[in-house]
Design a protein around this ligand. Structure first.
Ligand code: HEM
Length: 441
């Protein structure tokens, strides 16, 4: 067998703009076509930058886990997000990231998170209380508001309706980095309306976080409450985190945790609305597991619900792709990848690859029941390896709590397009409202 290696194959676009046009026309189709025409490791060029799609599960595992130290987040991401969260977990690298991850991880242990379930349930109950038989609900809007409320209570320990800066800043940051809009590629210093609003809201959010932190410091630790801000303030006092790391992580949790979870819920409700039989199955699971309202202890027993969420996140991964940059020359699946190459890991194309998923477009929660028959890294909605999503358990607990609260009161029918247009924004977003019509059981 030949040991010769070569650069991955791929389309060659026009000089300078490379494959940029095809990519921006339909990014989802672009990666699926690249995979089908050139293979699961394929190269392309965007604005003169050599990029490589990594869509083979073994290679994804190599990048995220086995050889993770040979890859970093990449200069563009680091530079773009530096002001807002450069010292935080999502952006930092090397030893700074390693030590922070070790410090902050305990705040996301199950026992800690269990204390948030009552807040998550109370928020979901407040949402459902406003509903009635026959009402048509805009799912994405409602889940965006509900998850914002949950983050306000669990992250900052505040009511977001009284502190609108939290949601205003979240919106302004997401708008600034909305990769489906050309302005996200313009430098921060250009005084566009989006940039100005971003700067202003980021400053206000940082001041808000500083003020809350000062207030907590004036309280005895036992009186501070369980929110993440209080826990992180404790780490600063113990000199385990710097003040900048603390502040950037608060912004990071808001940026990384809000829209993603809202979308996870939105797509799960979309899939359920298309499958009324599955709603009935979940309803009887919730009835048999929960004695009244759902509690933290009930969540691990909601197994079918877990599989439904897994399958919705396969079909509609809120994070539909992410990047790495090779820090040295590496070989992936026999191909030679030079140092400095930008790698894209596209959940969308891997989660829908017929090589690993039979009838990939079909919603089948059973795929996740029992022994799995797909390679581990054919499914990575929360990333993988040491930098996997620190908020994964938080998000799963929240999704289950909110879904259990809804499903115990209502069944629902889809009242909008069953195949909504999707848009490759910072996250995978519906480009039109997803609506359900409620029916009391
Ligand atoms: C359904 C909801 C969510 C999805 C799909 C999701 C997805 C992801 C993915 C794919 C990554 C890896 C990115 C990479 O390796 O480049 C990630 C990282 C991260 N996520 Fe999430 N996330 C979700 C919810 C949350 C929540 C609720 C929080 C916080 C409360 C959070 C905080 C973070 C942080 C801090 C990182 C960076 C971790 C590190 O590099 O050490 N995420 N997330």
């Amino acid at each position: 067998m030949s040991t010769e290696v070569s650069y991955p194959p791929g389309p060659r676009g026009l000089p300078v703009i490379g494959n940029t046009v095809e990519l921006s026309r339909d990014i989802f189709a672009f990666f699926e076509e690249l995979r089908d025409e050139y293979g699961r490791i394929a190269s392309y060029e965007v604005f003169g930058t050599d990029s490589c799609m990594v869509a083979h599960p073994d290679a994804i595992q190599q990048v995220l886990l086995d050889d993770h130290e040979a890859f970093e987040k990449g200069e563009v991401l680091t530079r773009n997000l530096a002001d807002a969260m450069g010292e935080g977990l999502f952006v930092s690298g090397g030893e700074q990231w390693q030590s922070q991850r070790t410090q902050v991880q305990p705040a996301f242990y199950r026992d800690r998170l269990n204390t948030y379930v009552s807040e998550m349930r109370a928020t979901a109950e407040e949402t459902v209380k406003q509903w009635h038989n026959g009402r048509v609900v805009d799912v994405n809007d409602t889940m965006t508001a509900t998850t914002m409320d949950v983050l306000g209570r669990t992250l900052f320990g505040v009511d977001v309706t009284e502190n609108p800066i939290v949601s205003e800043a979240s919106d302004a940051i997401l708008a600034r980095f909305d990769t489906s809009r050309f302005w996200s590629f313009l430098p921060d210093r250009l005084p566009t309306p989006t940039n100005r609003r971003y700067r202003q809201k980021l400053d206000e959010l940082q001041q808000f976080v500083d003020t809350l932190a000062q207030q907590r410091r004036q309280q005895q630790p036992e009186n501070r409450g369980d929110d993440l801000l209080s826990i992180l303030v404790g780490f600063v006092e113990a000199s385990d985190l710097t003040v900048e790391e603390f502040r950037d992580n608060m912004v990071t949790f808001l940026f990384a945790g809000h829209e993603t979870t809202a979308l996870g819920l939105t797509y799960t409700l979309l899939c359920l609305a298309q499958h009324p039989d599955e709603q009935a199955t979940l309803r009887s699971e919730v009835d048999s597991v929960c004695d009244g309202s759902v509690t933290a202890g009930d969540l691990p027993e909601l197994e079918r619900m877990e599989h439904v969420i897994d399958e919705a996140l396969r079909l509609y991964p809120p994070v539909y792709m992410f990047f790495r940059e090779a820090t040295r020359d590496v070989t992936l699946q026999g191909y030679d990848i030079p140092a400095g190459t930008t790698l894209v890991l596209p959940q969308w194309a891997v989660h829908r690859d017929p090589e690993w998923w039979e009838d990939p477009g079909a919603f089948r929660p059973d795929r996740f029941a029992g022994e799995s028959d797909h390679p581990e890294y054919a499914y990575f909605p929360f990333g993988g390896g040491p930098r996997h999503c620190i908020g994964m358990r938080f998000a799963r607990m929240e999704m289950k709590t909110v879904l259990a609260t809804i499903i115990s009161e209502y069944s629902f029918e889809l009242a909008s397009d069953p195949e909504p247009d999707l848009i490759a924004s910072t996250n995978l977003k519906p480009d039109e409202p997803i609506k359900i019509e409620l029916q009391e059981w």
